[in-house]
Design a protein around this ligand. Structure first.
Ligand code: CO
Length: 210
């Protein structure tokens, strides 16, 4: 898989294989999408959303960025979230990070001059480090990165719960649950770290009043 031409050839083969098995597959999907899941994942090429959960086209609405961040002034992520909740009415929002995440690893390093834009993105992750500094600096240094990766995922789940988009849905009787998952690059397995639902108590300073 080293040239774009190869990708296009693979695409033709993929399309014809699906069409042979189910001639209606693409025409049915073209009419509408009804995914039950919004996936917010890392851009890392080793964690492709649909592949790791064996999903088919139409099943997962996807947003990916470096280190699976939900930044509450990021209109890209928020637009995806709003559309997924308000229009697609997804039942679950999944933040899936992964062990060995290069973005989280980079956030543990000083800012590099060749990555002035990326540094600003990583500052959000550094803030999560500062929030959990006592724990992260007291554990076995060999476990620090993976624990930070887990904490980063959990924080994104809380950030989602703090958005007006999620709280408004919960108040209106649409009850998407929010899951924090971590994927293991070494075994291909996913574990759940946290799950929040509409019964979650939101701290008053984050509460959305409709
Ligand atoms: Co990553």
């Amino acid at each position: 898989m080293h040239t774009p031409e190869k990708l296009l050839l693979e695409n033709k083969a993929w399309s014809s294989e699906i069409t042979q098995k189910n001639p209606e597959f693409f025409t049915a999907l073209a009419a509408e999408q009804k995914p039950d899941f919004l996936w917010i994942g890392c851009s890392d090429s080793r964690v492709p959303a649909e592949t790791v959960v064996n999903a088919r086209p139409g099943e997962i609405f996807v947003h990916r960025n470096i280190a699976n961040q939900v930044i509450t002034t990021d209109f890209n992520c928020l637009s995806v979230l709003q559309y997924a909740i308000e229009v697609l009415k997804v039942k679950h929002v999944i933040v899936c990070g992964h062990y060995g995440c290069g973005g989280v690893k980079a956030a543990l390093q000083p800012q590099r001059s060749n990555l002035v834009i990326t540094n600003k993105w990583l500052l959000h992750i550094k803030d999560i480090y500062r929030l959990h500094q006592d724990e992260l600096e007291s554990i076995d240094p060999a476990k620090k990165l993976n624990r930070f990766i887990e904490l980063n995922i959990v924080e994104q789940v809380y950030r989602l719960a703090h958005t007006s988009i999620i709280q408004s849905a919960w108040q209106k009787g649409h009850h998407p649950s929010i899951h924090g998952w971590v994927y293991g690059l070494e075994d291909g397995l996913i574990s759940e770290l946290i799950k929040l639902d509409h019964n979650t108590q939101i701290h008053p300073i984050y509460r959305y009043i409709d």
